[in-house]
Design a protein around this ligand. Sequence first.
Ligand code: ADP
Ligand code: MG
Length: 693
Amino acid sequence: MRPDSLNRLFTPTTSLAGVGPRMAKLIDRVAGTKVADLLWHLPVAIIDRRYAPKVADARPGTVATMTLTVDEHRVPHNPRQPYKVLCSDDSGTIALVFFHAHADYLRRTLPPGEVRVVSGTVERFGNEIQITHPDHMGTVDEIARLQAVEPVYPLTAGLSLKVLGKAVRGALEDAPDLDEWCDPAFLSTNGWSSWQPALAAAHAPESEADLEPETPARRRLAYDELLANQLALALVRLNMRRLPGRSIQGDGRLRRQSLGALPFRLTASQETALAEIIADMADDARMLRLVQGDVGSGKTVVALLAMLTAVESGAQAALMAPTEILARQHLATIEPLAAAAGLTVALLTGRDKGRARQDILDRLAGGEVRIAVGTHALFQEDVAFRDLALAVIDEQHRFGVHQRLTLAAKGGAMDVLVMTATPIPRTLMLTAYGDMDVSRLPEKPAGRRPVDTRVLPLTRLADVVAGVRRSIDKGAKVFWVCPLVEESEELDVAAAAERHQELGQVFGDRVGLVHGRMKGAEKDAAMAAFTDGAVDILVATTVIEVGVDVTAATVMVIEHAERFGLAQLHQLRGRVGRGEEAAACLLLYAPPLTQMARARLDILRETDDGFRIAEEDLRLRGAGELLGTRQSGLPAFRLADLTVHGDLLAAARDDAKLIIERDPDLEEPRGQALRTLLYLFERDAAVKYLRSG
Ligand code: ADP
Ligand code: MG
């Protein structure tokens, strides 16, 4: 249960003064729906309203906050003329100018004869000094707030700084004084204050420098967020370790047979990764390991050998892929190698229905099938294994702590191996996979040639088409990837269909099309026509096709490359050049290209090293943008910026580890405060793992 102290922060923003349903919607667009979301909405600029001149001294073009006596309201005869309110101090007269004025409101706000504090940009109009639409008008009581440095927040159309600023102030007033969850010694070494004052300071910048992510206040808040992330992962991990595990040991018989059928030798890093996996499996505790390696680095082979180890011990193993096509592809890799060891492999996807499906389920439950490959359909409720000892999850470029947890709940004492092809930087790795042990495959199998990568404007499409013709005349197969249009799959499909049609006019039925809206059998047919048939150019949307392995493809055309994440482009490019032939990748962009976009695409031209590409992308775009956070499932941070707060992430990880060692169920006073921290950052799921959660 969330502690009562936080209830106020988890109410909708409409509970704040001045926020109605309409404003709440706009606030949701920039910050979120809850009061707490406004606390995390930090200012990005300031307006200095401390300049408080006499009217006669006020510099035109400057923001000034003046104390004035209201003299006279001048209502215009013609409604197109502005409404003016004349005010003065002992040095002179100033006009406050309003277009489309609400007379009632102005009479209430600026009653004649009274003194008011007015802030806005001073202008000179002929001989007159004036302020058009003052930003703020208030009574003398409010002078301290009005004549100050005003924080400026990210806004959206229809949402004014005035309304949002007030809402944030309301949220800050509601922020409770929470018990400290940080180690006091750590706070003092860093010169940090406690949470509430840090929050207040982050929202009250006095200079531009106070907006920097390195200020003590912002670092403290970033640390809190990272600590919540790391502590949650540590609890997940602890929970996994507490579940009973079992020792899986094979005699090596099946592995030897399978290795004997391989036309190559394992690379040194494949050997190391395999040794780590086998040691984990042999251990009594559950395995929770990630194999991270670039596209084509040989993860699937490693996974298969791990699965064979499980089978040698008498148990079963399953491999789950994110899409149907990838599941089939894994099947194609694995099947011959398993056959060499005398094993059959079952495939189970969402497409299997009725009797065929029941038949597979029976063989899994009966134990006749020892190795299964499939999509998430493998782990649906009614799927039972006789003795599943190892689950391998190929995440390609999607991440899902959540999925890992459901899986962990499923098997009796199952070991879990996750494979990812996304070479995310080490820092981000920790935020998404801090709960796992990691094996890396940094080297590629020998004999791979770098892909000749070019960056071209879409205006040269005719040249590209001519080049494609030359390539296919020489027997090449071409992958043509159409852009991600915003987040709409429908539009993606439309764009791909259009390109398919246009290329069809040039190349006739040598052009195929595959996209996420097609039925399974249609997709298979399209893929088969490309790999083995008459189709030489396959137009595809990215949604499902990242990860598809067509060894014959040697040319990859990517339209609107500027819209993709670098890691995604790198992955797509990794789809060609897997065979003996030289391969090319054409990155087509819509000009004009921003300097940043140009720099990003150039990185791809310069290097083939996925880890370097990921680091550069992080450096150029920042973690929030990397991969498109929503798509990747990487945690999105509101306060921490990993390009500057990387050191804090490392500290948070160490801190979390120590906390779990000393007080694994978060029962001591600091532990209780840490529970509040987890709720504050909505890591409720992690709290459930505590014995007395
Ligand atoms: P990943 O799953 O990491 O994308 P795969 O395991 O599918 O990579 O391997 C990619 C290709 O490289 C496959 O065709 C595979 O047979 C081949 N391969 C794997 N390991 C080696 C190796 N050690 N030497 C040569 N080729 C290899
Ligand atoms: Mg693979």
